[in-house]
Design a protein around this ligand. Sequence first.
Ligand SMILES: Cc1ncc(COP(=O)(O)O)c(C=O)c1O
Length: 400
Amino acid sequence: MRRDATPGVRRDGGTAPGLSRSDGDGGEPAGGAPGGVTAPWPVLPLPTGLETPTLVVDEVALERNLARMAAHAAARGIALRPHAKTHKSCFVAQRQLHHGANGLTVATLGEAEVFAAAGVEDLFVAYPLWMTAERGQRLDRLARVAKLRVGVDSVEGVAALAGALHNPASVEVSIEVDCGQHRSGVAPELAGRVARAAADRGLVVAGLFTHGGHSYAGPSSVARAAEDEARALARGAESLAAVGVGAAVLSAGSTPTAALAHGPVNEVRPGTYALNDRQQVALGSCAPGDVAGVVAATVVSTAVAGQAVLDAGSKALAGESKPLLEGFGVVPALGGAVVRSLSEHHAVVELRDAPPALGSVVGVVPNHICTAVNLFDEAVLVREGRLVGRFPIDARGRLG
Ligand SMILES: Cc1ncc(COP(=O)(O)O)c(C=O)c1O
């Protein structure tokens, strides 16, 4: 993908600027994290006439987030390979490449296929793919059009990968090491065994990767998780060196830990930072004003005292509860009121103030933006309250 191309975005001339009824001044404290932690949530001005529920992306905050992370990585001489599972969109991917990303990270072959078809030339499937003959053919096809790196964390996985590929040398592998999340990834001390098996099967070992997902336990876990990432990669590299395999790329990163990447880390893979969400605010990864993605929803009922019902249920907000957060989202335009419960098409907001006008449109900051984005076909792009375009969620539903 050319860095100056603008695939996938349909620019509109812009609709009438202005705020819907729900757009207040913002700045009210918002409940959200337990323990009385509050944050002032600025209200994103929404264009009038939105069909809801709609995924809305604030172009100004998006660009700021992308530029900030790119500058941070560049200043430390660390390659930035954003995880595209957050936005699943060629438009945002193009903006990330424009800001200097070295390539993209993806979670699935389907995502890789979408971005390769859009011209992204360097892709890392940061996942311990389990190979079948059919997946091997898909990887073979991908390797013809893009530089490909895939994750492995077992000798068995290496054998399945090498066996499924027409030419094992056409694909690089990265050995996943567990740095403390205890999800996938081999213990760093055992990485050499997997790397040796890969090299013996003709696969090209690019290096190691790890994901400090235990940073999500809370703000006080972030620095330790970043430290764990660096230590696991250093130990893993020693394990590879002991079996005579080099580890050129030492890849780490979640959104919370990316800012603290150091030591041997020479590539980071944050994803959520592009749009941010309520969880990232609670973790301290970003300020409330850095949230670039909200779900716009209409107030459809205030019949029950003390609550408002929005037309964005679990099929729009994804309904992920998080240990750090109460409820399923926060509504800045309603004084930081919390979405207390969800049905498929109803979000029940516990009001702090007088009920909003029926029919008014408000933005909901979801707990986790990645799973919310995955529920929409397209996003509406806004700038200072004006609708300036729409872009498709190109890799939506490409789960395998
Ligand atoms: C392997 C891997 N790398 C990078 C990321 C990006 O992390 P974040 O969502 O915190 O930006 C994830 C997120 O799930 C991941 O699983």
